[in-house]
Design a protein around this ligand. Structure first.
Ligand SMILES: C[S@@+](CC[C@H](N)C(=O)[O-])C[C@H]1O[C@@H](n2cnc3c(N)ncnc32)[C@H](O)[C@@H]1O
Length: 297
């Protein structure tokens, strides 16, 4: 399956790229959204694309108006300074992992393939925390906590218990091993639901390994500081934990706070959802929510 950018038209509508304007794609992934921006900001507008995973960046061919940076968007300010990039008319965050991670990375993001439990986005850019380390070395309470906090898993207690029980005799090395453990821990009705019984545990591990929730907060703060007046901020999230952070961030800065005047105007009263048609052709889009704001009062 090839990668289809999510909410492509809506991203362009809200970023509103015009000829010769510069944009940042903070999560360039496979470059779907960036390609659409580069079409609109011809002939001299640039895109600075940031991607934490060096393996994904290897797939890009040289393009004149595209600057690629292998780094984390939490370092946005430094990156912009280093590349002397500006003025910036808009910044896009398309959060989470790319389809490449699920389908081709071989790092254990998908419970539909038997792979080692790694789940790091960019091995070189991260500490050495892997999903394997969490399930084999972390104390039971900590495993339970992340399943609850980063997965909203209602059976976090049972799953954590089963993980700890199994690893005493047998280190947990692969996705299929972990999936079998989760299956054993949860009731049978939970196994028959449309959404897989393993989804939330896998999500929790991925978020923890990559420190995703903290990163989003830091990235958005930096983005706000570098956007010029009238500049657009567009964020696509894929689950409620991400969306809550974005929503709270937007509402904090859309009003006067701590004695400062408000910094943004929210452009999306409610989050924008993909159409049924888009969901039909791109299953990955089904949980997407887009929120957009404009810098300035
Ligand atoms: C949903 S995909 C982006 C897809 C992209 N919009 C496209 O059209 O191809 C998210 C990407 O962000 C990257 N990513 C995750 N955390 C990051 C971070 N802290 N800094 C930079 N990139 C990050 C992931 O590796 C992944 O490739």
């Amino acid at each position: 399956m090839t990668h289809i950018p999510v909410l492509q038209k809506e991203v362009i509508d809200y970023l509103d790229p015009k000829p010769n304007e510069n944009f940042i794609d903070a999560t360039i992934g496979e470059g779907g959204h960036t390609a659409a921006i580069l079409e609109k900001n011809k002939p001299n507008g640039k895109v600075l694309g940031i991607e934490i995973d060096p393996e994904i960046l290897e797939k890009f061919k040289f393009q004149d108006r595209l600057i690629l940076v292998n780094d984390s968007y939490v370092n946005l300010k430094n990156i912009i300074e280093k590349y002397n990039f500006g003025p910036i008319k808009g910044i896009l965050f398309d959060l989470g992992m790319s389809s490449w991670h699920l389908e081709e990375s071989g790092r254990g993001f998908s419970f539909q393939k038997d792979e080692p439990l790694d789940m790091r986005f960019g091995k070189e850019n991260q500490n050495d925390l892997t999903a394997e380390k969490i399930v084999n070395e972390w104390p039971e309470e900590e495993v339970e906590r992340i399943l609850k906090e980063c997965g909203e898993e209602r059976f976090s207690e049972r799953i954590a218990k089963e993980i700890i029980k199994t690893r005493k005799n047998n280190p947990i090395k692969s996705t299929f091993q972990l999936k079998a453990i989760i299956k054993k821990a949860v009731p049978s009705w939970y196994q028959r639901r449309k959404i897989s019984f393993a989804t939330k545990t896998f999500q929790a591990l991925r978020i923890t390994v990559n420190n995703e929730l903290e990163n989003i907060k830091k990235g958005l703060e930096e983005a706000l500081d570098v956007l010029g007046d009238g500049g657009r901020l567009v964020v696509i999230s894929f689950h409620s934990l991400e969306d809550r952070i974005v929503k709270n961030f937007f509402s904090t800065f859309a009003k006067d706070y701590e004695g400062q005047e408000r910094k943004i105007e929210i452009l999306t009263k409610k989050p924008i959802r993909p159409s049924l048609e888009e969901i039909k052709t791109n299953k990955r889009s089904r949980s997407a929510k887009l929120r957009a704001a404009r810098r300035g009062r």
